[in-house]
Design a protein around this ligand. Sequence first.
Ligand code: SF4
Length: 250
Amino acid sequence: MRQSGILQGVSDARVGPVHRARLTSCGRLWVPRAPLLRHRSRGACDCYASRVIIVKMEALLSDISNCSLCSERFSNTATSHAPRPVFQYAAGARILIAGQAPGARVHESGRPFTDPSGDRLRDWMGVGQSTFYDAGKIAIFPMAFCFPGYNAKGADLPPPPICARTWRARVMEALGDVPLTLLVGGYAQKWHLKTRASVTDTVAGWRDTAPQVFPLPHPSWRNTAWLKKNPWFEAELLPVLRARVQEVLK
Ligand code: SF4
């Protein structure tokens, strides 16, 4: 079995509180009136229902790791590569990073955000590599799990829609509640927020969904001009985001 994600067994699983507001799989903010499951703390949890959820996620991620739905599509690109799903997860993650799709470097490494975009995203979040790659703290599920290949201009192709259609709602349901979700780029924002607004408008409206959800532009170097054009992003949004990251990781 190919396995790019980090799966922890039930015995050492850490399950966080499940009764906080979150984005549901249909993209709405959900604030439960009464928690269905009660967990004792952020520490070890022996709740049967939680174990069922964890086992369900492990089975789902195993299926994704072996997915080959896009084999033909990828073999027809210039790189003619095979599917290699890349994600990061362990039970108890406090932050979800909903990205776009792995780039070529991530396809090679098998680890999310091992590229300059990752450096910029970690800077935006105010975390180092050790925290970023702690799957028990941060889950990373892009809109498509595999590198889509390049277009004729040498830019990454968009994430294949079949990936989100096939897997995303099930992954979000199995993931459950996380206190902080980062929607990185337009594809994640459109799916999770059910919006047709531009990335600029969606990110500018970040106060509508913070502190549970922060829409962000893609941290690619291609967006450096966008960052210069929108200085409020670094001056206003990032300090609040960094404080929130520290708060949920306490
Ligand atoms: S991008 Fe998604 S649907 Fe396509 S092969 Fe990879 S995991 Fe499967």
